[in-house]
Design a protein around this ligand. Sequence first.
Ligand code: GLV
Ligand code: MN
Ligand code: MN
Length: 414
Amino acid sequence: MIAVDAQRLLGRIRELGAVGRDGEGRLTRLAGSDADKQGRDLLVGWLRQAGLDVAIDSIGNIFGIWQSADNADNSPVLIGSHIDTVIDAGIYDGCYGVLAGLEVIETLKASGLSPSRPLAVAAFTNEEGVRFSPDMMGSLVHARGLNLETALAAVGTDGSTLGAELARIGYAGEREPGFLKPHIYVELHIEQGPVLEREGVPIGAVENLQGISWQRITLDGVANHAGTTPMSMRSDAGYAAARVVTSLHDQAAASNSPTVATVGTLRLEPNAINVIPSRAIFTVDLRDPNEQRLRAQEAALSAFLDELAAEGIAVTVERLARFEPVIFDGQVVELIETAARKRGLASRRMTSGAGHDAQMMARITPAAMIFVPSAGGISHNPREHTEDAELVAGANILLDVIVELAGMEARGND
Ligand code: GLV
Ligand code: MN
Ligand code: MN
């Protein structure tokens, strides 16, 4: 059977994982940053070395395209993911999918086979959404779910704008977003959860992805002296925020459903030991594979905020991102299962808990995802880990799925 070059793939994952380290060795490549530029430059170099046509669109999405004279059809089979990271990240989230996509195309190019349509690999801008909201922004713009001007005007957590940052790092490309109209989209990713490892299953055939609701909430109370103000006379924004955090957590935990709720950022003003907080600003990340339940969770949060308002706390809510759950293409999911079976690997159907570019691409083309196990279910953490053999196995399943989708026959190279 034809197979990817394991050492080339693993070597690139490690090399990219070394880009964007701070003095203490922490990996952070936020969208549009200098570290992002270095990672992009490395990737573009590899795409060129592989003989792919490199195209960059005006939201900074990078495409490596293998167009062959024999292509009977022009719409590509697209493989994609992202190379931006969260703060203090692991090396696999997103990068594995992009580099495995490149590896698959490079392997097929060297195999002497010609596909009936182009093959392309994409690295989408700002999937993580840590610096600029919403997340999955590059693929969302590609899928025409957000207009380019709005995306470029997004203001970062550091006050920068994405458009200016892309121009500064040299990745405000010329191509119009969405110029590449995929025939089909496949994304390979680490699971970032505990299911595959727990069950000892090496391949996940991802059939759906949960909905995501991101909000930023600002609560305004009154700053006052921590020593002299009786408890009954306080309008404490910090306490109000803590009650929201607890209520969200308890409600999700008690819901007996896959609902998850996270407050990942929280800032108090004036942030002084002896001053009752006048303001609390925090983010809420709510997710559920069921749209009705996700709406119910949002409504419950809103009702709780109304209660705070009735107590005299001023409440401001900004919506940062809202994506409905997605169901992936059944035929591609079956192809993944078949490819696993042919390689003697167990697979299971599963739901993605994390957001992915595939969720956006599913708006415009049949899409599906392949997962490989994450040790301890840990991700968005430097301890993120997948065994080399599992990474290579996943890349070979991607290879087989792409061979099928691109109308190639896997001859020779046995
Ligand atoms: C992306 O990594 C997300 O699911 O937040
Ligand atoms: Mn990811
Ligand atoms: Mn991520």
